[in-house]
Design a protein around this ligand. Structure first.
Ligand SMILES: Nc1ncnc2c1ncn2[C@@H]1O[C@H](COP(=O)(O)OP(=O)(O)OP(=O)(O)O)[C@@H](O)[C@H]1O
Ligand SMILES: [Mg+2]
Length: 256
C-alpha cells in the first residue's frame, strides 16, 4: 500500500488554479523529489498534504485513510511532519527549547497542568527533552543545544529544523527546499542525513528542491510539476532526459 496517495487533487485560490488533477503515490521508505519552476505549485502541494490548505477537488490518503478534511495537528499526530521554505525557529529560544516546541502534537499534558507543575506534566516534560536530545543527536547537532537559534549559522539552522520535525518520530516527512542557501559541505551533510532518515528510520520523505544536483542524487523517484500539473514522473535518470521536463524546467539550467 502507498504511504501517501493523492488522487486528482485540485487547489485554487480565488478561482486561479494552483494545482490541477494531481495524482501521485509515494510508497513507504522512499525519497520522492518534487521539482518544478517557481510558482509551479510545489509548496501548495505540501500545504494540501499537511492540511494547511484544503483541496477543492480530489482525495489525499495517508496509509489508506483520507486526510484531506483533517486539521494540520490531527494529520501531524498520524505521523506526518513538515518543514517550511523559510525558517520557523524561534531565534530567542535555545535549540533545545525549539526542539521541545516541535513536539506539541504528541504531548498530552494540558497547559494548565504544566502551569500547575503536576507530576504528570513534569514527567512528560522530561520525556520531551529526552526525545529532543535524541533527535539532535541523530542529526549530529548535540553541540548546539544550549545556543540561541539566531546565533547558529544558516546551515545549522536548516539542520536543526529537520531535527525539530523528527522529535515526534513521524513516519513521513515533507521538506520544502531544505538545501536553499547551503554551502557545499552542508549540502553533502544534508544528502547523508536524508538517506539516513530513510534507511535507518524507514521514513518516507517528500522533498521539494531547486538544488537539482541534490534532488537527482538522493531521490528514489521524482515528480515534476509545471503550472500546477504533473508533467513527468519516474527515476531521476528518466526525468532528467524527459523532453517535456527539459523544455519546462531543466532547459534554462542546461543552457546555463
Ligand atoms: N495563499 C495563496 N493565495 C493566492 N495564490 C497563491 C497562494 N499560495 C500560492 N498561490 C499561487 O499558487 C501558485 C503556486 O504557488 P506555490 O507557492 O505552490 O509555488 P512553488 O512551486 O512552491 O514556487 P517556489 O518554487 O517559488 O517556491 C502561484 O501562482 C502562487 O502565486
Ligand atoms: Mg515553494
Amino acid at each position: 500500500m502507498s504511504r501517501l496517495m493523492l488522487s486528482h487533487v485540485g487547489v485554487s485560490f480565488g478561482g486561479v488554479a494552483a494545482l490541477t488533477d494531481v495524482t501521485m503515490q509515494v510508497p513507504p521508505a522512499e525519497i520522492r523529489g518534487i521539482i518544478g519552476p517557481n510558482g509551479a505549485g510545489k509548496t501548495t502541494l505540501l500545504n494540501a498534504i499537511c492540511g494547511l490548505s484544503r483541496p477543492q477537488q480530489g482525495e489525499i490518503t495517508l496509509d489508506g485513510t483520507r486526510i484531506d478534511r483533517l486539521a494540520p495537528d490531527v494529520i501531524a499526530r498520524r505521523g506526518l511532519r513538515r518543514t517550511f521554505q523559510t525558517s520557523r525557529l524561534f531565534g530567542g529560544l535555545t535549540v533545545l527549547e525549539n526542539m521541545v516546541t516541535g513536539l506539541h502534537a504528541k504531548t498530552r499534558a494540558s497547559l494548565l497542568a504544566c502551569a500547575l507543575g503536576t507530576r504528570a506534566a513534569r514527567e512528560e516534560e522530561a520525556e520531551s527533552v529526552a526525545r529532543a536530545r535524541k533527535a539532535l543527536e541523530f542529526v549530529g547537532a548535540t553541540a548546539t543545544q544550549d545556543r540561541r537559534a539566531k546565533e547558529l549559522s544558516f546551515g545549522q539552522q536548516r539542520i536543526v529544523e529537520i531535527a525539530r520535525a523528527l522529535v515526534s518520530e513521524p513516519h513521513t516527512l515533507l521538506l520544502d527546499e531544505p538545501a536553499v542557501g547551503l554551502s557545499l559541505n552542508r549540502l553533502l551533510e544534508l544528502d547523508r542525513l536524508l538517506r539516513r532518515i530513510r534507511d535507518e528510520r524507514g521514513m518516507t520523505l517528500v522533498l521539494i528542491e531547486h538544488v537539482i544536483r541534490l534532488v537527482m542524487e538522493v531521490s528514489d523517484s521524482i515528480t515534476v510539476l509545471s503550472f500546477g500539473r504533473v508533467i513527468a514522473e519516474g527515476t531521476p535518470q528518466a526525468v532528467r532526459t524527459d523532453p517535456q521536463v527539459v523544455e519546462a524546467y531543466l532547459g534554462s539550467a542546461a543552457h546555463a
